[in-house]
Design a protein around this ligand. Structure first.
Ligand code: FAD
Length: 282
């Protein structure tokens, strides 16, 4: 069972609890991006088990006609076992998702995984989607020095791109460390995307300054976009923004919740306070 301290950020352990959460979001006009928690598998059986759960979820989402998509981690789909394993598993999942009309996002992990993740995204987005009907999305991180070049490469790929600041501790030779610099880079990337992409931009941030900036770019260039935030973070803002723009909530679930929860808490110490408040009842 998920302990009360992590409940705010994780929607239970089973597909049934996550689907219940997705239904509640639906009532608030917020759409869901469902993620089964799991990463860095070195046993193919774990990869297969998560892929099977995702397939069942795809069928459940389609059957219930819910506005929900999936987000998967490359090392959850076997990247640590080999790039070929990851591609095979991702392709199997994309095939099932396309068959049921469910969109798939690929999360971005640390910088050692970037090339393999972008290569797989690029070829599968091309094979399964087109400009009018993208089927696959990928995340890029503003803290990585390489990302501007990656984004230029992704501009013509028929998929969506989620822009985030970056959640992983990275070495100084590959990543900006200073948050002011990361914020500057984030703005630059958004500006490039709104100017050059036809659509398919996702702003994965809780930062009011970045969200306002994205809205101003949308007004300037007319490019469509969506906002994405995590479960348990600025949920009132999610609901308010959903009255005007497409808003998605990233909803993790599953029994491997501890590393995700600790990432949220180390990222921002107030998150621990929010989590504690959920226990002590304000
Ligand atoms: P921060 O720079 O952390 O905070 C800026 C401002 O936002 C704060 O000053 C505050 O005003 C507001 N804010 C932030 N957190 C809170 C809070 N808890 N409560 C109230 N206000 C708050 N990272 C990856 O590396 N790979 C991924 O695939 C990935 N996917 C993601 C998907 C989604 C949908 C989201 C939202 C994030 C994802 N991330 C991912 C995490 C991301 O990289 C950041 O670590 C995380 O979003 C924190 O950065 P931020 O832009 O939200 O703002």
């Amino acid at each position: 069972m998920i302990p009360p301290i992590a409940n705010r950020f994780v929607a239970g352990e089973s597909p049934a609890t996550v689907l219940e959460h997705v239904r509640r979001l639906d009532d608030r006009n917020v759409r869901a991006i469902v993620n089964l928690l799991g990463e860095h598998y070195d046993d193919r059986a774990d990869v297969r088990a998560d892929a099977a759960t995702y397939r069942t979820l795809i069928e459940d989402i389609a059957r219930a006609n819910l506005e929900a998509c999936l987000s998967v981690k490359p090392t959850q789909l076997g990247l640590d076992l080999g790039e070929d394993v990851f591609r095979e598993e991702l392709e199997g999942l994309v095939e099932a998702a396309v068959e049921h009309g469910v969109f798939v996002w690929v999360d971005m992990e640390d910088h050692t995984t970037t090339d393999a993740t972008l290569d797989a995204f690029e070829s599968l987005a091309d094979e399964y989607g087109d400009d009018e009907n993208p089927r696959l999305g990928v995340c890029v991180q503003a803290n990585l020095k390489r990302t501007r070049e990656d984004v230029e490469r992704l501009a013509d790929v028929p998929g969506k791109v989620r822009f985030v600041k970056g959640a992983y501790d990275e070495p100084t030779d590959v990543a900006y460390q200073d948050s002011t610099r990361v914020n500057e880079e984030y703005r630059r990337l958004l500006e490039y995307a709104f100017e050059h992409f036809d659509g398919g931009i996702a702003v994965g941030s809780h930062d009011p300054a970045m969200i306002d900036y994205a809205i101003s770019l949308h007004e300037e260039y007319g490019t469509e976009f969506e906002l994405q935030m995590l479960m348990g973070v600025r949920e009132d803002a999610q609901e308010a923004l959903a009255r005007e723009y497409p808003v998605y909530q990233y909803v993790p679930f599953g029994d491997r919740w501890s590393s995700y929860f600790y990432r949220r808490v180390t990222e921002r110490k107030e998150n621990l306070w929010f989590a504690l408040r959920a226990i002590v009842g304000r």
